[in-house]
Design a protein around this ligand. Structure first.
Ligand SMILES: [Zn+2]
Ligand SMILES: [Zn+2]
Length: 394
């Protein structure tokens, strides 16, 4: 029986390509997609003038030469040029370093799981890989995401992050460089090496941390290449991975925000939702509200950072049963949506008053916080430094 395999992929640049192969012998599931790529390539994007591109490739299957017999079908003139172009574009897309792939593979219309590395990531019952509990930038648990963690020095202090994404985020938001960057080895997360000496694999089928396109590190370049041959992706160095992570930041921000809402980490404020500290209706203060995700996955809401800071300093004063705080989200001023509270810059002592009077006004970018201070007064502090005295009303 003739089998039909398709692989649809969407690159991070938004280009959609479908690779289609007609197979003349049964193919076991879970075979590498590269096999299909070698066999046939079909760019599905129909052009207004009609016709599609289809290429037939020769390939190897269990050591034997196999060739697909499907004829090239196109109604276009200049077929050869088109085919050549299609081939070049496809090969370029698949092997270029800058484009990430996400997609699915189907055989006879049935979805086939593509092989993924059989390592647990995130690690469900993590050992203690780092004494730092949470990513300094996004607040995620470092030990769970130990395989992609980084540590670095920065003019603001020593930082540990869940991933290279959060290193790039810190550098971008502060416009100050990270130095002495270290990265954990993806397959041996107990070991960290200088990132400059690591070989990175970008966009393989290893799960990403805060990104659709994972960036994982190896000490041995040969190991990295072997990994790529099994799970796709491209080999790079720290500079390449850091650049890719920086470029992705604007696009991934939306994806991350959506995911946080979809998974219930961030909850919608209802009309009746009351501030845990002062009891005011949170929905009345959409520019200032905050929320915490608690140990039982319920959320506590606050009208302002003023109330949030008071709660975090002494939760027992406001709730009967104190649950651990898993994540803290606050609205970035003035209209920046929710962001993990831990990586933001806060302006205290400014002229701007919130729902409860004095407020710690949160900013993603240090430059925005500095501009605000110039205009409204006050000074910039980090999340770690925040204490209720800083927002106390005279
Ligand atoms: Zn992070
Ligand atoms: Zn309040």
């Amino acid at each position: 029986m003739r089998q039909f395999a398709t692989f649809s992929a969407t690159s991070s640049a938004g280009i959609r390509v479908t690779v289609q192969s007609v197979l003349h012998e049964p193919v076991e599931r879970k075979k590498s997609i590269l096999l299909f790529l070698r066999w046939a390539v079909f760019l599905k994007e129909d052009r207004p003038s009609g016709g599609g591109w289809r290429m037939v490739f020769q390939g190897k299957w269990k050591g034997r030469e196999v060739m697909t017999k499907e004829k090239v079908k196109t109604r276009e003139k200049g077929t050869r040029i088109n085919l050549l172009l299609a081939g070049l574009i496809t090969v370029g897309l698949v092997f270029s370093a800058g484009l990430g792939w996400s997609g699915e593979m189907k055989i006879q219309g049935q979805k086939v799981e593509m092989a993924r590395p059989e390592v647990e990531h995130p690690i469900k019952n993590p050992k203690m890989y780092s004494k730092i509990k949470r990513c300094n930038q996004c607040g995620m648990m470092i030990n769970m995401w130990a395989r992609t963690r980084h540590s670095f020095s920065h003019p603001e202090g020593e930082f540990t992050s869940c991933s290279i994404r959060c290193v790039a985020d810190k550098v971008k938001n502060s416009v100050q460089p990270a130095s002495a960057v270290k990265v954990a080895l993806y397959l041996e997360p107990e070991i960290m090496i200088p990132a400059e000496k690591a070989t990175y694999v970008i966009g393989s089928r290893a799960k990403g941390t805060m990104t659709m396109k994972s960036k994982i590190a190896f000490a041995d370049p040969q190991k990295a290449k072997r990994f790529v041959s099994l799970y796709g992706g491209t080999v790079s160095d720290f500079q390449g991975a850091f650049q890719a992570a920086t470029m992705e930041l604007p696009k991934s921000a939306g994806m991350i925000a959506k995911k946080r809402q979809k998974t219930g980490k961030i909850k919608e404020v209802k009309a009746a939702t009351e501030c845990l500290v002062c009891g005011m209706k949170v929905a009345s203060y959409p520019q200032h509200d905050s929320q915490v995700l608690l140990g039982d996955n319920s959320s506590g809401h606050f009208c302002s950072t003023h109330c949030l800071i008071e709660y975090l300093a002494n939760p027992g004063q406001f709730v009967k049963k104190v649950l651990p705080t898993k994540m803290i989200w606050t609205k970035v001023y003035p209209n920046g949506g929710y962001e993990s509270a831990v990586g933001l810059y806060y302006v205290i002592g400014s002229k701007l008053l919130g729902p409860m009077g004095r407020e710690a006004v949160p900013f993603r970018r240090k430059a925005a916080a500095q501009a605000f201070v110039k205009d409204q007064g006050g000074k910039i502090v980090s999340f770690k430094e925040l204490v209720p005295q800083m927002v106390a009303n005279e």
